[in-house]
Design a binder for this molecule. Structure first.
Ligand SMILES: Cc1cc2nc3c(=O)[nH]c(=O)nc-3n(C[C@H](O)[C@H](O)[C@H](O)COP(=O)(O)O)c2cc1C
Length: 391
């Protein structure tokens, strides 16, 4: 059992999405406003569809917080689905199913078909209601609580988009510091850190939309101010790089995860893949490069943690293109390209990535420094930081 755990629940068109977090220490200051800011960030991005206009997510904190501070007891977070009023009969808890909005046409690239077969459903809505990335709303809410915790001890998390489809700014951002990349990404509708390239990216998204196409891309999430020694090498499931990879791969549509220079390292000579070690009295041990992305031997090494994730194009296509599939009842073929969907959600996925990194790092912090009273834990973190400088 991990020291920090959460479960989330809720269907995409159900009454609400909820999450219960256990393991957040007492006396952490947190507010609904802080969480709502993160929820709003997830809903932004050029190329999102109609649903994001309907939902303006707001959190309700139902337990675990009193007078602005955590109690150490489980925290329940709830986000109501505003769309629910249009779905009360279709998503009713009791009564008989109607065939209204029944889905028997499985969409390629979604959980529809394997989920329907696995759970024995004749209405694939039972699958997609939960498989949908709407679920990531509560991950972002949980991530916000974790971010607040990390922020208190000087760990900052950010993200930016590196590429969408074939368009990439990877070469252009090499010399821009991470926090500056993040600052610029926050100003960009496509979350890229190079404002001059914004229009190009938006045009590509417009073009994809006209063509009834969708787009994937690559984003990076980083954490700065991370102390040395979170995670461990002593057992496979305590290695922090592995835990981060799992957390990112669990995000809908993420198909690849790299840490630091990742796959690029595999193409270099050994001498070009290292981060050499330096020392001075003020900084203690440090590196001048960060090819390892802040992780060595399953532990943080004091440099920023850098995670890169590749997202496939949104599987739902809009009419125009044809996409072969087969009806589960009639076994007749049908065209699965349908009307309404996001063209791309890479900017939003980056925000979800921030939440996942925050959750994994917060757990690693609590494992190392204790998990009861946040006031005590903060002191321990500070003492440890002093010790690492003297080591
Ligand atoms: C933030 C976010 C938004 C998404 N929006 C959509 C969408 O509007 N339409 C869609 O078909 N897929 C969307 N997806 C992707 C699907 O949820 C995902 O591809 C699908 O559940 C199948 O899972 P898999 O790709 O991980 O195998 C989105 C994913 C994320 C992370």
């Amino acid at each position: 059992m991990g020291v920090l755990r959460f479960l989330n629940a809720g269907e995409s068109h159900g009454p609400a999405l909820t999450a219960i977090i256990e393991g957040i220490p007492s006396n952490l200051e947190i507010s609904s406003d802080y969480i709502n800011r993160e929820l709003a960030r997830r809903q932004q991005g050029y190329g999102r569809g109609g649903r994001m206009k309907i939902e303006k997510d707001r959190v309700e904190i139902l337990s675990g917080v009193r007078f602005g501070k955590t109690l150490g007891s489980p925290i329940t977070l709830m986000v109501r689905n505003r769309d629910w009023e249009n779905w009360t009969d279709i998503m009713a808890v009791e009564g008989q199913p109607t065939d209204k909005r029944e889905i028997t046409n499985p969409r390629p690239g979604h959980a529809d078909l394997p989920g329907g077969i696995k759970y024995g459903f004749s209405d694939l809505r039972n699958v997609l209601e939960r498989a949908s990335a709407r679920e990531t709303t509560t991950r972002v809410a949980v991530g916000a609580v974790c971010k607040k915790l990390l922020e208190d001890i000087g760990i900052k998390i950010g993200s930016y988009v590196v590429s969408i489809g074939e368009l990439s700014v990877r070469e252009l951002i090499q010399d821009i510091p991470l926090e500056e990349r993040f600052k610029r990404a926050e100003e960009s509708e496509v979350r890229i850190p190079v404002p001059e390239e914004d229009e190009k990216f938006k045009k590509l998204i417009d073009l994809a939309k006209e063509e009834g196409e969708s787009l994937g891309g690559v984003f990076e999430v980083f954490a700065t101010g991370v102390p040395v020694g979170l995670g461990s090498y002593v057992q496979w499931d305590r290695r922090l790089d592995g835990r981060i990879a799992q957390a990112f791969m669990s995000i809908q549509a993420i198909k690849g995860v790299e840490i630091g220079d990742g796959f690029e390292l595999s193409r270099r000579f050994g001498s070009q893949a290292h981060d050499e070690i330096f020392w001075d009295r003020e900084r203690g041990f440090y590196h001048r490069t960060n090819r390892a992305g802040g992780l060595e031997g399953g532990m943080t090494n004091g440099e920023p943690v850098i995670v890169r994730a590749g997202m496939k194009p949104i599987p739902t296509l809009m009419r125009k293109k044809s996409l072969h599939s087969v009806n589960i009842k009639t076994k007749e073929p049908f065209d699965a390209a349908k009307e309404r969907s996001d063209v791309t959600a890479v900017p939003a996925a980056a925000v979800v990535g921030e939440a996942m990194l925050a959750i994994v790092l917060a757990e690693a912090v609590l494992e190392k420094f204790g998990n009861d009273n946040w006031e005590d834990i903060k002191k321990r973190v500070e003492e440890y930081r002093q010790y690492t400088l003297r080591y």
